[in-house]
Design a protein around this ligand. Structure first.
Ligand code: D41
Length: 392
């Protein structure tokens, strides 16, 4: 039995309870205490630490929000570069899947040619529409968090990333000497909607979309602002690991291991075999896209076995063993070419925007109803403007 009579013992117990609650909520997606109870535990911890400042440690759940705004963000050179992903798209003129998804078919062909066999196993994952980051842990403690930047050099946003409860300040269980975890910071849909509803009511600036919301939140100089933003995190891989012998033999086993260390891993991640398996996953996730609590812009296929990844190698800064398969864009920029007025059967006048044709969510859009003259005035839209067309 831990000694509950000392403040040190009570503090240790509170920290473990709060860390477990975070793990249950963000990693297992199975919360075990109500928000109010969580807040009460955190307040009790804060009060005890205020009374015993010598007991405060940097990995305490009370230490997520630093108080000092930073002067700017230092550059971080990634110990291992953060690679980019090649893309595949949907081609509507295709008559079979190999023609509809030629980049994916080429990718699979190269993989099978290089390995000398078919029925290859892939890790298949949602492609989050967020901001890629890298988290560095030394002896189990979070020491640095950086944006991807250009892949070689990013920005040190440690103070901001520490405010995300989905990001562990300390690894659970046996920690490697060094571990870099790569993943995406996102703003889930519900949080985005709630944020904008409040901003609208307060007459404040709205976030353009969840991706901008995530990126803008991490760029705040004051971590207290980041702390109030509804951000989440999902791990998608690792960088440096020491000792390297701790690395499991496959990507999918690595993601399972990251979960045990305390990192959220997307529940939709699975494994699939061969071209047909990849396309079945693409369709399954595409069909569920609108029901997911976060925005995704496609899926990612990765050769699962690390020895197979090595055999495929890299082109420029992109692995030949992975590819992003993008969904048709739900948002597209185009140019307003003219505004015509349509007179309906009832005699009502409806202005219609004539647009340079663009593909949005798989259909070609050439017109958009502007509803009425008030709307045009309010939006201040003029011929020649670049406009954003969004699937609704
Ligand atoms: O969800 C994502 N956005 C995601 C991004 C993902 N699930 N996996 C990814 N895997 C990689 C490699 C294979 C290169 C390690 C990625 C990214 N890269 C990535 N994110 C931003 C640039 C590249």
């Amino acid at each position: 039995m831990p000694d509950q009579s000392t403040p040190a013992a009570r503090i240790a117990r509170l920290r473990r309870r709060i860390e477990d609650a975070n793990y249950r909520y963000y990693v297992l997606d199975d919360p075990d205490i109500p928000d109010a109870e969580y807040d009460r535990l955190l307040r009790e911890l804060q009060a005890l630490e205020a009374a015993h400042p010598e007991l405060v440690t940097p990995d305490s759940p009370s230490q997520r929000v630093g108080t000092r705004p930073a002067g700017g963000f230092a550059e971080v050179r990634h110990a291992l570069p953060m690679l980019s992903l090649g893309n595949g798209f949907e081609h509507h003129e295709g008559h079979d899947d190999a023609m509809r998804y030629p980049e994916v078919a080429d990718f699979v062909r190269r993989v099978e040619q290089t390995l000398g066999h078919g029925d290859t196993v892939y890790s298949v994952e949602p492609k989050f529409d967020g901001l890629a980051i890298s988290l560095r842990y030394e002896h189990g403690l979070l020491v640095q968090g950086a944006t991807r930047g250009d892949g070689s050099v990013g920005e040190d946003v440690t103070a901001n990333l520490r405010t995300l409860r989905a990001i562990p300040l300390r690894l659970r269980g046996d920690a490697p000497d060094v571990l870099e975890v790569r993943g995406e910071v996102i703003m889930p849909r519900a949080g985005f909607d709630a944020f904008n509803a409040r901003a609208l009511a307060a007459g404040e600036k709205l976030l353009a979309n969840p991706r901008n919301g995530a990126a803008g939140s991490l760029r705040q100089l004051d971590p207290r602002i980041t702390a109030r933003r509804p951000l989440a995190f999902f791990a998608y891989g690792i960088g440096v690991i020491e000792p390297a012998s701790l690395l499991p033999p496959t990507h999918s086993a690595t993601l399972q291991w990251l979960r045990t260390l305390g990192f959220p891993v997307a529940p939709e991640i699975a494994t699939a075999q061969g071209f047909a398996g990849l396309i079945a996953y693409y369709r399954r996730i595409g069909a569920a896209r609108d029901r997911l609590p976060y925005g995704i812009d496609g899926v990612v296929y990765k050769l699962d076995r690390y020895v197979d990844q090595q055999a495929l190698g890299y082109v420029a800064r992109a692995p030949r063993w992975a590819i992003a398969h993008k969904f048709p864009a739900e948002e597209q920029m185009t140019v307003l070419e003219a505004i015509d007025v349509q007179i309906g059967r009832t005699g009502a006048a409806t202005p219609v925007a004539r647009l340079t044709p663009v593909q949005v969510a798989g259909v070609t859009v050439t017109n958009a109803t502007l509803h009425n003259a008030d709307q045009i005035e309010r939006l201040d839209v003029r011929v020649g403007d670049t406009v954003i067309v969004r699937r609704a």
